[in-house]
Design a protein around this ligand. Structure first.
Ligand code: ADP
Ligand code: ZN
Length: 721
């Protein structure tokens, strides 16, 4: 093979052909370096017949520059890349880039110099140096990473290196991980669990593609049960991937894994240091990493011997990526298992309607764990009708909920208040002139964060200090906070129950695995009486002393008018309710709502999941929504409002007329301005049978847009902003 076709890492260019120089041997999947103009780029050798041909004659081909020291990507992974690009209307390059997601790993094994505190002190201590030294206690990383951690310049740290305050440590990029032991601490499974585990284990043993829906109530031992499948995969010398929705959960999971298998698994998420990332990537590609626990991006890594995939909390919305390649990791996980010919387990107490439907139609094999382990009972759920049982003015907790909190406090038990809103208040306005604080880059209010004294945009990260007078009318001390966020609820609890020890759990407070671990151990040590948290606390945590869950505003998620609003509300509240009464003491759940009769709330109160799913299924069928019909969105954006509008209108004007595809829009997006870009949306609703992706590709492929215009396609969208 002398002429090769590459998928190159440039989404704007298609595949390119090159000549393989004398003495170099490549095969499909080889990761190579090729010349492009005056530069060099990375590419992957692909089966030429699977890509569009290029017209360059043999004689004019440029030779490849070299090969990178990583194993070739396997055929199964190449097929997954093709499928993902095709299904989500993305370029092969943008999907392939998610596979080669550690630049360092591609350079092969090597050593890296990291630094840590030596214990020595600088000749001259400055406040800045002192702060840096305090921040770096217990850390070891590259200078650049340490500078980030300490919030100082690299120059400051280099100064400390010169004075011996920071000492170098040589780290080998490929040092091995501790081995997991399949038989380390085998639990005695209940009869129910054993039966489920046997199905899972058999599929791993036989190396068969089986998509399982592991449907078990919270606390039924789903994790314990799928650990048996992981053990089987370990016995066989195969790799396992466990996808988790939230980084905050990883720490608790890692610990639990270690208790079962004697050592921690390999973690993969966005806050890994570059050396850790590189080490994990290389161990995954060599097959040395036995079990990988990661966020959705772990799905595209080049596993050498994958034998099992688990998607934990598979209903979670965070498996859907809303930028770049807009894929759903839950669905791609099933495809990856199919290409690899291995089982995949979707585990959830509140499966997505789409997943239940797949089980119903026999595509997925459903395994059920109907009761909590060890005789623990599901919590008793009651609603508080806020139109009758009103909280006092300026407060958000109804008297009955406050009494319940008080009772728990007296008994030394723990409570959890759930409100899916970070910060103190979602809107700040001027009492004098009505001015509202809005983000300059987004169609969104600035959220007050009182603890960190800032007004912040939750979409673009814009921040400003709260001013002491209104920027519009100049009136001093006139700003009022409107509505509650978790900080405000925590404040209310503080005033009502001053002796209660509080913890706020949100992505602001638990923003690293270390902080999440600290939070868990505080709660476990019973150093916390009341947790106030966002959706971050709805899942994964197992706190035996937690016996009360209060849902502060069950109606919040039902507002937006999004297709899955009811389902998401059901899942969130059912999950957070599942945190109560997991130990020997029974739990209570109180749901504050203005609509106790709404079908979601009524089903939650009655503990009747089937009732909710039946109503919801009919609503979806009626609307032609998934899983009965399909949706896709086209999102047009530009920094120039007129340019965005013009592009959107042109897309609208050239829409194909097809009997089985309806096009809505273009219209300004609900989030008409996001991160400084003006946005328009079109929404497509199609019958299941429609070749939606081909229609979109042909339609958009025939148009060209100005430089500054971005046109994104979102297949099976979860976000409608
Ligand atoms: P789920 O994943 O369904 O929420 P878990 O696997 O977290 O349930 O189990 C809930 C709790 O019960 C955990 O503390 C777990 O360790 C314990 N547990 C479940 N099954 C067993 C078992 N067979 N033996 C011992 N403990 C178990
Ligand atoms: Zn913003």
């Amino acid at each position: 093979m002398n002429r090769v076709r590459l998928v190159i890492f440039n989404a704007a260019l298609g595949p390119l052909d090159y000549r393989v120089p004398e003495g170099m041997e490549v095969e499909p999947g080889s990761v190579v370096v090729a010349p492009l103009g005056p530069r060099q780029i990375v590419g992957i050798v692909w089966e030429a017949e699977r890509l569009p041909a290029t017209p360059v004659p043999d004689a004019r081909l440029r030779p490849l520059v070299g090969m990178l020291p990583v194993p070739p990507l396997k055929a199964e992974l190449r097929r997954l890349i093709e499928w993902t690009a095709d299904y989500y209307c993305a370029s092969l390059a943008s999907v392939a880039r998610m596979v080669l997601s550690s630049g360092g790993a591609l350079r092969g094994p090597s050593t890296v110099t990291e630094y840590r505190l030596s214990g020595g002190l600088p000749e001259r201590m400055t406040p800045q140096r002192q702060a840096a030294i305090d921040a770096l206690e217990g850390e070891q990383a590259t200078i650049r990473e340490l500078a980030e951690i300490a919030g100082v310049s690299e120059g400051v740290l280099r100064g400390l290196v010169n004075q011996g305050v920071l000492e170098p440590v040589t780290v080998h990029s490929d040092r091995p991980y501790a081995r997991a032991d399949a038989g380390f601490a085998q639990p005695d499974l209940s009869a129910e669990q054993t039966e489920v585990a046997e199905h899972l284990v058999a599929a791993v043993r036989d190396d068969r593609f089986v998509p399982f829906l592991l449907d078990g109530v919270t606390g039924s031992g789903k994790t314990e049960t799928y650990f048996e499948a992981i053990a089987e995969s370990l016995w066989k010398g195969r790799q396992t991937l466990v996808l988790l929705p939230e980084i905050a959960l990883t720490e608790a999971f890692l610990r639990r894994f270690e208790e079962r298998f004697g050592s921690a698994p390999v973690a993969w998420h966005s806050s890994l240091k570059s050396t850790e990332r590189r080490r994990a990537w290389r161990a995954i590609a060599s097959g040395e990493a036995q079990v990988v626990v990661g966020a959705r991006s772990a799905l595209f890594l080049p596993y050498a011997r994958l034998g099992l995939i688990v998607v934990d909390e598979a209903h979670e919305v965070s498996f859907k990526q809303d930028e770049g390649v807009r894929y759903n990791a839950r669905d791609v996980a099933v495809m990856r298992a199919r290409f690899e010919g291995i089982p995949v387990i979707l585990s959830s107490a509140t499966p997505a309607l789409e997943s239940l439907q797949m089980a119903e139609s026999g595509v997925y094999e459903k395994l059920v764990l109907p009761s909590r382990f060890g005789g623990a009972e599901l919590p008793a759920i009651d609603t508080i009708d806020l139109t009758r049982e009103k909280p006092p003015r300026g407060r958000w907790l109804a008297p009955r909920l406050v009494e319940a909190l008080q009772e728990r406090l007296e008994r030394g038990e723990q409570s959890l208040l759930f409100l899916n809103r970070r910060g103190y208040a979602p809107l700040t306005l001027c009492r004098h002139c009505g001015f509202r604080f809005q983000c300059p880059n987004c169609s969104a209010w600035l959220v007050e964060h009182r603890l960190s004294r800032r007004l912040a945009c939750h979409h673009c990260g814009h921040e400003t200090a709260p001013p002491d007078h209104c920027p519009e009318c100049g009136e001093p001390d006139c700003l009022v906070a409107c509505g509650p966020g978790v900080e405000r609820i925590a404040h209310e609890v503080e005033e009502l129950l001053p002796e209660a020890r509080l913890a706020i759990a949100t992505s602001d407070t638990l923003n690293s695995p270390d902080k999440a671990a600290e939070f868990v151990s505080q709660v476990e040590a019973r150093a916390v009486d009341v947790i106030v948290g966002t959706q971050l606390v709805t899942k994964g945590f197992h706190f035996p002393e937690l016996t009360l869950v209060g849902v502060v505003d069950a109606d919040l998620g039902l507002e937006g008018g999004d297709l899955r609003a009811a389902e998401r509300t059901y899942q969130q509240i059912a999950q957070v309710a599942g945190r109560a009464g997991r130990g020997s003491k029974p739990g209570d759940v109180l749901i504050q709502t203005r609509h106790p009769q709404a079908s979601v709330i009524a089903a939650l109160a009655a503990g009747d999941r089937d009732a909710f799913y039946t109503v919801e299924t009919e609503a979806r069928r009626h609307a032609g929504a998934p899983p009965f019909g399909r949706w896709a969105a086209i999102i047009v954006s530009s920094e120039d409002e007129a340019e965005a509008r013009e592009a959107a209108n042109r897309i609208g004007a050239t829409q194909p007329t097809l009997p089985d595809v309806a096009v809505l829009g273009p219209a300004p997006a609900p989030m008409a301005l996001l991160r400084g870009r003006y946005r328009y949306r079109l929404l497509l609703n199609a019958r299941r049978s429609a070749e939606l992706q081909r229609v979109i590709r042909d339609w958009l492929g025939a148009l060209s847009f100005q430089q500054g215009v971005r046109v994104g396609v979102d297949i099976d969208p979860y976000s409608f902003v």
